[in-house]
Write a protein that binds this ligand. Structure first.
Ligand code: E4P
Length: 218
């Protein structure tokens, strides 16, 4: 299972990258806006930090011509740039167009299995179903991941499933149990994955008992 980080914050990206478990980055306009910094400055820093890992950058137009124009600008920024395209009819045309020209795509804002099916038919490199936002409106986000997994396995689609809009460690666990290819995880949740109260209690006890061991080498 690949771990992407869902952020445009260079500090968080560096911290996650130091763990050596990072396989890619996803951003979106909201995450870029949160940094409060100029777009190109943020993107150049991210691409310099992870020149060999996929970095999803999202287009801001909604029509085919506009999305293609923006995608071509973004794709020139690095070989590892993946163009994030919203799930719309024009978005589907854009994905097909870009994939045919060797530009990788990530179809985003997917909330139903039929949207996922269309994105895979269009040839998206990645598809991003949003689990947290479905949970927020009392629909089962992880059920969508199971359904998409079944569709991929039924037909052998090559698109990789990125579980997006992850809110907590259980989303990551369930994604792993279902067999999603990738989880794109906020830094806070990556840190939470390492935590267990029994680990803290056990470590405290070991450190205390270590004090009474005689003739220690260190
Ligand atoms: C996916 O690529 C999106 O950037 C992201 O996961 C959206 O998450 P949110 O619902 O927490 O905004």
């Amino acid at each position: 299972m690949k771990f992407f980080i869902d952020t445009a914050d260079i500090g968080e990206i560096r911290q996650a990258n130091q763990l050596k478990i990072l396989d890619g980055i996803t951003t979106n306009p909201t995450l870029i806006a949160k940094t409060g910094r100029p777009f190109m400055e943020v993107v150049e820093e991210i691409l310099a930090e992870v020149p060999d890992k996929p970095v999803s950058l999202e287009v801001a137009s909604t029509d085919f011509e506009g999305m293609v124009k923006e995608a071509e600008i973004l794709a020139k920024l690095g070989d590892n740039v993946v163009i994030k395209v919203p799930m719309t009819i024009d978005g589907l045309k854009t994905v097909k167009y870009l994939e045919e020209r060797g530009i990788k795509t990530n179809m985003t804002l997917i909330f139903s299995p039929t949207q996922a099916l269309l994105a895979m038919k269009a040839g998206a490199t990645y598809i991003s179903p949003f689990v947290g936002r479905l949970d927020d409106i009392s629909q089962n986000g992880m059920e969508l991941i199971s359904q998409i997994r079944t569709i991929v396995d039924n037909y052998g689609f090559t698109s990789e499933i990125i579980v997006a809009s992850i809110r907590h460690p259980m989303h990551v666990l369930e994604a792993a149990l279902i067999g999603a290819d990738i989880a794109t995880i906020p830094y806070k949740v990556i840190a939470q994955l390492s935590k267990h109260p029994l680990t803290d209690i056990g470590l405290e006890r070991f450190l205390k008992d270590w004090q009474s061991v005689p003739e220690k080498p260190f």
